[in-house]
Design a protein. Structure first.
Length: 200
């Protein structure tokens, strides 16, 4: 039997699972990835990060009968009018991995001058008390930066090796976990969620 402190994480992304487990660990909540409960991914048919996060959280909460948390995030590149956006994980194709996605983005940004390489990570985190929760907690976070011209660093995941963080003068994949969790879009959204979960 699951304890009341169990919270299902609606993700199969190992990087997201590790980051969220680390950030939520202090609450005395045990994060259970949905894969442990054999909950399948739901098709992300939403047209926004909010819609997709709600779809994923509701699916996990309904099938597990437990509270669930879901994150939908991506990279918005101004030069590409917001792409890859909600399609960040499958930018180079439905089964594309991080490497192919990064390569496609770098190729599209070839010869684009530094001042036009602005971009940001966006995340929306949804906490759903149960599958029929009419008022889920929705938290959003943004991390400003720009697209680098080459990959650097071996920390993080996704587009981190090509995401240049101006405030630290390095790539996101070069940051230690503590610094990244403090600055990142996901870190900001989780901090907001923790505040709301701990509110009386």
């Amino acid at each position: 039997m699951s304890s009341p402190q169990d919270l299902v994480l609606a993700s199969a992304n190992a990087g997201k699972i590790a980051e969220l487990q680390e950030m939520l660990g202090g609450l005395g909540i045990r994060i259970v990835p949905q894969t442990e409960l054999n909950i399948p991914d739901i098709e992300e048919t939403g047209l926004s990060f909010v819609e997709n996060a709600i779809l994923k959280a509701r699916n996990a909460a309904t099938l597990s009968n437990l509270p669930a948390i879901a994150d939908d995030s991506g990279l918005e590149v101004d030069y590409l009018q917001g792409e890859p956006g909600i399609y960040s994980a499958r930018f180079a194709g439905e089964r594309a991995g991080d490497s192919a996605n990064k390569e496609k983005l770098l190729k599209l940004m070839t010869d684009v001058p530094a001042q036009q390489r602005t971009a940001r990570y966006q995340t929306v985190i949804v906490y759903m008390r149960h599958g029929n929760d009419p008022t889920p907690i929705i938290c959003q976070g943004t991390w400003e930066g720009r697209i680098a011209t080459e990959s650097r660093g071996d920390q993080g995941f996704g587009y981190d090796p090509i995401f240049f963080v101006t405030e630290t003068n390095c790539h996101a994949a070069e940051l230690d976990k503590v610094t990244k969790n403090r600055l990142s879009h996901r870190g900001k959204a989780i901090a907001n969620l923790l505040m709301q979960l701990q509110a009386p």
